[in-house]
Design a protein around this ligand. Structure first.
Ligand code: HEC
Length: 152
């Protein structure tokens, strides 16, 4: 009896998990925030290595850059008209100046593209190479957030 109940609970939890995923896919605000949250996590790892708080590792360096590059390809797809309303940190300026916003996003994809090319197959060889690759990428965060994201 106990086993049966546990199984039912597991199925229920699995079902809820799937429902949650389906909802996120229909929700552009949640989706773009999840993409940016992945960029934020990568920035935490990258910044930690740059500050010497985390030992530098080329594979981790490569993952940081790849995460940010992937985000630059998908982020722009989740700003449909009307999604300036709701629980979002996005400013109306994104829709008022869509070209300007696209240009900021292009800066991120440009900088991450260059970093990817410079880091090669195995990732930036040492911390100095990683810092050189990341500098221009981190510049794009501030540049876009200044104009297109609400201040906290
Ligand atoms: C092209 C513009 C743009 C660039 C470039 C950009 N961001 Fe963002 N970011 C945004 C916008 C817009 C939001 C708010 C999204 C929302 O709430 O709907 C945001 C939100 C965030 C968030 C909060 C995510 C959440 O959980 O809600 C973090 C963290 C973040 N950005 C980190 C970064 C970092 C780090 C970089 C640079 C590597 C970066 N961003 C580059 C536009 C940008």
């Amino acid at each position: 009896m106990r086993i049966v109940r546990k199984t039912a609970t597991v199925c229920l939890l699995a079902g809820l998990g799937l429902a949650g995923t389906a909802q996120a896919a229909d929700d552009p605000i949640a989706t773009r925030q999840a993409i940016m949250a992945s960029v934020g996590a990568a920035a935490g790892l990258g910044g930690g290595m740059m500050k010497g708080e985390i030992d530098y590792n080329p594979v981790a360096g490569k993952a940081v850059i790849a995460t940010m590059q992937a985000a630059s390809f998908t982020f722009g797809d989740f700003f449909p008209a009307g999604s300036d309303q709701g629980d979002t940190g996005a400013l109306a300026s994104i829709w008022e100046n869509a070209d300007g916003f696209a240009a900021e996003l292009a800066k991120l994809s440009d900088a991450t593209g260059k970093a990817t090319a410079a880091s090669g197959k195995d990732g930036p060889a040492d911390l100095d190479a990683f810092k050189a690759a990341m500098g221009p990428i981190f510049g794009t965060c501030k540049s876009c957030h200044e104009t297109y994201r609400k201040k906290n």
